[in-house]
Design a protein around this ligand. Sequence first.
Ligand code: SF4
Ligand code: SF4
Length: 359
Amino acid sequence: MATQPTRITDIGPPNYEQFLHPVIKKNYGKWKYHESLAPGVLCHVSETGERIYTVRAGSSRLLSIQTIRVYADLADKYSGGYLRFTSRNNVEFLLDNPDNIEPLKKDLAAAGFPVGGTQNAISNIVHTQGWVHCHSSATDASGIVKAVMDALCDRFTQQNLPAKLRIALACCLNMCGAVHCSDIAILGIHRRAPKVNHDNLKKVCEIPTVIASCPTGAIRSATVDGKPSVEVIEAQCMYCGNCYTVCPAMPLNDPENDGLSIWVGGKVSNARSAPRFSKLAIPFIPNNPPRWPEVVKAVVNIVEVYARNARKYERVGEWIDRIGWPKFFELTGIEFTRYHIDDFKNAGLTYARSTHLKF
Ligand code: SF4
Ligand code: SF4
């Protein structure tokens, strides 16, 4: 592979090249094709004839030191210490000896990690920080994903869907979890504007910064009880939480009105059709921890209806395109409401979102 320029500082991450499996390093840029040997097991073949085997397992996403040590020990035992994490939080062991595949799968099963997520299966669900970590979350992340994946684990370990199915969760509409481009997306939503704590605002926030933080211009300066503060024009607020991020005196969380919405039909791939954004399926489901049964039921319903009705290789969005949205609502039994009518004027339809060229 091409020699990397010598680094003159230690700023930034170390060069990834030093962490590549020797077979990958040797065959960099020379991979010819790959094949699926079993659910969760891939084989990549190089022009030189060399092969690298991948065993993919679901991870618990928020990883304890103990879990990472389990992965590291398994990698030392079977894959020369080489593993990687995918963008959807699967852990992948990279093996050059196919004899190690079955023993590794056995040890992963014994440790409680299912192997799967490749080809026409559900991959691990990528999610954001949730109540564990982020101040602006409207819902939890890992808790809901655990409940949904428990119900859909067989769809991870078996390849029995029409096509690959990607599910994502973001705990607010800032969408660190890329829910806008997944087949099924679970999205936390706020439904009330931030409440301004006028007593604290001037002590902990800079008013010009707070006003500038609002993407819709919903925040104006105001004088309240003789003190400089701000007010929020509620009709202009889209509940994004940006102001709360720069100003702790503008909390957005609301136990009664925060909850989740479900979106469908997004994808990143440009195979067969261009990448597309997800669209609204269910506008609101209240938070119901610790197992969110209503969310689990809604997601499983969409997966099962898709599995029964889509054609081979059709992603969720492509299936809906073929049958039409009215049929989607009819088949899934989801109620169509006024919230489904998209009256937001933007350039979303004209932005180039793919590598396809228009002439
Ligand atoms: Fe925080 Fe929103 Fe990202 Fe969740 S999606 S981690 S609430 S910014
Ligand atoms: Fe503006 Fe977002 Fe704050 Fe609403 S939540 S006032 S849109 S920054």
